[in-house]
Ligand binder design. Structure first.
Ligand code: 5GP
Length: 113
């Protein structure tokens, strides 16, 4: 299934891409929830976290480590940041291509409902 993130991946619609390697890309969220809000997305298609094969943990590991690498490169790794993945309706997922949110740049609130 094609989503807006596939169109960003394929440069069919614009986005501020801040990270890219062979496996994934990262771009600024259009509606940032923190001073830094970047989405990291694999180039392979997976609608939700449920669809990632259990024997391919590197798909998720790469997203988290790309976020950490970006945080270090931008110099906010020591101040801190949050990574989040939403899954399906109750998790608040709205785009059905898996992505990891990186939120940073200010003290973040605790989790809530
Ligand atoms: P989800 O709710 O699925 O975890 O997160 C989807 C995120 O994608 C939201 O934070 C939303 O603001 C962001 N988003 C949706 N459409 C676009 C778009 O066209 N461009 C960018 N850069 N972000 C988008």
């Amino acid at each position: 299934m094609s989503t807006i993130f596939h169109k960003i991946r394929d440069r069919e619609i614009p986005a501020e891409i801040v990270y890219e390697d062979d496996h994934l890309f990262g771009f600024r969220d259009i509606a940032p929830q923190a001073p830094v809000h970047v989405l990291f997305v694999p180039k392979q298609d997976f609608a939700t976290l449920n669809d990632v094969p259990q024997d391919q943990p590197e798909i998720i590991g790469r997203l988290a480590l790309a976020a950490a690498k970006y945080a270090k490169a931008q110099g906010f790794d020591n101040d801190g940041y949050r990574i989040v993945m939403n899954c399906n309706g109750d998790g608040g997922q709205t785009v059905f291509q898996i992505h990891l949110h990186l939120l940073a740049g200010a003290p973040l609130g605790r989790f809530g409902t």
